[in-house]
Design a protein around this ligand. Structure first.
Ligand SMILES: Cc1cc2nc3c(=O)[nH]c(=O)nc-3n(C[C@H](O)[C@H](O)[C@H](O)COP(=O)(O)OP(=O)(O)OC[C@H]3O[C@@H](n4cnc5c(N)ncnc54)[C@H](O)[C@@H]3O)c2cc1C
Ligand code: FES
Length: 281
């Protein structure tokens, strides 16, 4: 069992948990993730390791309430326990000296990109971060991202914070002004796909960190299958980072939507059983 030592709501329905997990904390590297289960009947939830405190043996996860399992996770409190917390999983991010690295993140992707840019910055890369969100309430980790970035841009769809528009509007400007050596993108699939299309035209190396549907996290079930450069890969063991220019985006989009109806039913049932916050409060 894994104890929730600290809990904070850092954005609208976005939560930061610090979990006491010495084994994971000891070996986690930037870009890796855990798969947790709340209880015996719980679904497996993959979440990126956003940070660790080795001294305190704490692992930080940041998640957005999006469906049944993440809503259920959000109802837990400091002092509560999570049944399983398996990790670190996946390959660590390939952090090396490129020169200028532009990190493009969307929504809760800010939490996922933070340890990556920290790693890139530490070895002397110049970091330009572009963070996009639907609105101001969903902008998270501003101070921490600022600390790790040479330049930080915010973009909101409704213009409530930073530039009004989408991340690729700002990326276009940065591409005009900077000599970019790497673009690293993480967030919603459509956003990463648009980033990849833009950078492909200018032959800028682009890595996407993918969040496909995962079940076992061991390469056995096939749930997280993607096609990269014509070859089948499993994001949980071969990724989650892949070359964004040779990834088959259409396949990823369609596989991500496979269970939409069931996910909706599951969330509706969960809420009808009085589990949503409005019923609790
Ligand atoms: C490697 C990896 C790292 C991730 N890191 C983060 C993170 O740091 N923060 C965060 O908020 N989210 C992260 N996610 C996404 C997170 O796992 C899903 O939001 C969560 O599983 C949704 O579960 P749900 O029951 O609440 O929603 P559901 O209603 O079941 O699903 C909502 C949507 O979430 C996605 N999803 C559902 N089940 C899974 C699953 N088993 N694996 C992956 N995606 C799923 C699908 O797109 C689905 O349409 C990560 C996913 C992966 C694969
Ligand atoms: S999650 Fe089962 S193969 Fe990757």
């Amino acid at each position: 069992m894994y104890k929730i030592v600290k809990k904070n709501e850092i954005g609208l329905r976005v939560h930061s948990y610090e979990i006491y997990a010495p084994e994971v904390a000891k070996s986690a590297k930037a870009g890796q993730f855990v798969i947790l289960r709340i209880d015996d009947k719980g679904e497996r939830i993959p979440l990126t390791i956003s940070g660790v405190s080795c001294q305190e043996s704490l692992v930080r996860i940041i998640f957005q309430e999006i469906g049944k399992s993440t809503s259920q996770l959000a109802l837990l409190n400091e002092g509560d326990y999570i049944k399983d917390f398996a990790g670190p999983l996946g390959h660590p991010a390939e952090v090396k000296k490129y020169g200028t690295v532009v990190a493009v993140a969307g929504g809760v992707g800010a939490a996922e990109v933070l340890p990556i840019i920290k790693g890139f910055k530490k070895i002397g890369n110049k970091i330009v971060t572009i963070l996009g969100a639907r609105n101001k309430d969903l902008i998270i980790l501003e101070d921490e991202l600022k600390q790790e970035s040479d330049t930080l841009f915010f973009v909101t769809n409704d213009g409530t914070y930073g530039t009004k528009g989408i991340v690729t509007d700002v990326l276009k400007d940065v591409m005009d002004k900077e000599n970019i050596n790497l673009v690293y993108t993480i967030g919603p699939i459509q956003m990463m796909k648009s980033v990849a299309e833009l950078t492909k035209g200018k032959c800028i190396k682009t890595i996407a960190s993918l969040n496909p549907i995962m079940l076992d996290g061991t390469g056995m079930c096939g749930a997280c299958r993607v096609t990269v450069d014509g070859k089948i890969k499993f994001a949980c063991v071969d990724g989650p980072e892949f070359d964004a220019h040779t990834l088959q985006w259409a396949e990823l989009v369609s596989r991500q939507n496979l269970f939409k109806n069931l996910e909706k039913i599951s969330l509706d049932n969960f809420r009808c059983n009085g589990n949503c916050k409005c019923h609790k409060n």
